[in-house]
Write a protein that binds this ligand. Structure first.
Ligand code: UD1
Length: 469
């Protein structure tokens, strides 16, 4: 059984979205991505700005009543959703390509809209800046990828330590600061786990608090340091971001800023795996190789060469792929966001690999889909045992979360025949123009509208909008 397909326009869906167009959300999008495998990639990829930095920094812009200009902002559904949330809070936004202007002078609403927050976990991070600026915030419990329970207790406990009253009512977190000036107070906070989001929420909240805040066992991810650098550029006093102890001395207010977001290390890692899994040599820039130490070390163990050509350019040179073991950990350990892409790579490596997911409890949903493509993976608790196979074969598969989608794309590049990936909204959340970038490397792929079941197995060549390599 196969599907009749309608060819969509050549550019990916997320690029046609405007930051404030609430009708443009592709929630019920029925398009699928078809990828013809055994691809040989060639050329160069321009890496976009980091999604997770951009989202946190957009929340951080609420701290400042003046103009914030951000450069290198990726074009993604998640960024658009965050823009809509800020807009609903009274913030002015204007985007022009990779530039996003934000002005939160008239930050008036303290309640973030449920329909939007429920779709994007990072939007919960507005609770810190809202409390710091207004002394009150009401934010629905967040959504995001279905990769585990993802509670917000560390955010809440930290805000309480800073003097906020917090209670959860009908799925909404209500937080307020009492007293005449409604200011949070500096505090010594120890995080039970180095949560990225909690570190960011508390660091932002502390920038305008009275006195000094110390966050111990803080997350050390590059995106945390990027957010800190953005706040510092607005006049915040932050030391130690990027280490496990962050010290913030509160200031009365922050000022206008122009800031460029770091390159996306997960997008970079995904393209490095694309080179390795297809035995292709490609280059990537601009990247920060230091943000990818664990990823590059694993690629080398698996058998690929990763060469730093210039300070901000990496070349992947393929080699014979060997099995290895991977355990996901907070930074600088191996990133959980690269676990699914590396699982795709290890399905094609010689020998048995064990992947252990320690960050999220439900992040192995791509296993079943990779097995549909001929992979040999067994799951035991939070371990996946991957036995390398000589060949994957294209199949209809379903994307279950953002990085799982990337794993399926990577497997499809290496597989024999055509893979059809459904539920593309996950992919659109986090990869800026992935299809365009892959097409430029010579991959044959197309996004088509799934219309009905049909008899044929292949799309006639004449209907394929993407040029064949
Ligand atoms: C961020 C990233 C996400 C990445 C993750 C880990 C953004 C927008 N997303 O997510 O891509 O996969 O870091 O690198 O930046 N936890 C609690 N209580 C809390 C907060 C978290 O128990 O209050 C737990 C979570 O359930 C999870 C672990 O801590 O098991 C890590 O979560 P966290 O670091 O907070 O991830 P996010 O900030 O949600």
């Amino acid at each position: 059984m196969q599907r009749i397909s309608l060819i969509l326009e050549d550019k990916p869906i997320n690029h046609s979205l405007s930051l404030t167009d609430t009708n443009a959300l592709p929630g019920e999008d029925k398009s699928v991505l078809q990828i013809w495998g055994r691809a040989s990639l060639k050329g160069h990829v321009k890496i976009s700005g980091a999604k997770n930095s951009a989202l946190a920094i957009m929340a951080g812009a609420l701290l400042c009543p003046e103009d914030c200009r951000l450069h290198n902002v990726p074009s993604l559904v998640d960024i658009m959703r965050m823009g809509q949330i800020l807009s609903a809070l009274g913030v002015k936004l204007e985007n022009n390509g990779e530039i996003l202007d934000i002005n939160a002078r008239h930050l008036g609403q303290s309640q973030a809209p449920y329909e939007l927050v429920s779709q994007l976990r990072a939007s919960f991070f507005v609770i810190g800046p809202l409390l710091a600026r207004l002394g009150v915030a009401r934010v629905p419990l967040p959504g995001g990828c279905a990769i585990g329970a993802r509670p917000v207790d560390l955010h809440v406990r930290g805000l309480q330590a800073m003097g906020a009253e917090v209670h959860i009512d009908h799925g909404i977190v209500h937080a307020y600061v009492s007293g005449n000036n409604r200011k949070l107070k500096g505090a010594k906070i120890y995080l039970d786990y180095p949560s990225v989001g909690a570190t960011e929420t508390l660091m932002m909240a502390a920038t305008l608090a009275e006195g000094e805040t110390t966050i111990e066992n803080a997350a050390q991810e590059p995106e945390v340091a990027d957010l800190a650098n953005f706040c510092i550029a607005m006049g915040a006093k932050i030391r130690g971001a990027g280490t496990n102890t962050i010290i913030v001395s509160g200031v009365p207010n922050l000022h206008s800023v122009e800031y460029s977001i770091i390159p996306d290390r997960i997008e970079t890692g995904t393209f490095l795996v694309a080179g390795a899994i297809t035995h292709s040599e490609i280059t990537l820039s601009s990247v920060v190789p230091d943000h990818l130490t664990a990823v590059i070390a694993k690629l080398r163990e698996i058998g690929a060469k990763v060469i730093a050509e210039e300070p901000n350019c990496l070349r992947i040179v393929p080699g014979r792929l060997r099995a290895t073991d991977i355990e996901t950990l907070p930074y600088p350990g191996f990133p959980t966001d690269m676990q699914a892409p590396f699982m795709a790579l290890l399905t094609k490596s010689e020998g048995d690999s064990v992947i252990t997911e320690t960050v999220f409890e439900n992040r192995l949903s791509h296993v079943a889909e990779l097995n549909r493509m001929g992979a040999d993976i067994r799951v035991k608790g939070n371990h996946a045992i991957v036995r390398g196979v000589p060949l994957l074969s294209g199949a209809p598969v379903v994307a279950t979360d953002l990085r799982a989608s990337a794993a399926l794309v990577l497997a499809a590049l290496a597989a024999e025949g055509k893979t059809t990936i459904q539920r593309l909204h996950h992919l659109d959340r986090g990869y800026d123009n992935l299809e365009g970038k892959l097409r430029q490397l010579g991959v044959r792929l197309q996004r088509v509208q799934e219309e009905a079941e049909e008899e044929e197995t292949s799309v006639p060549e004449s209907k394929v909008t993407a040029p064949s390599p």
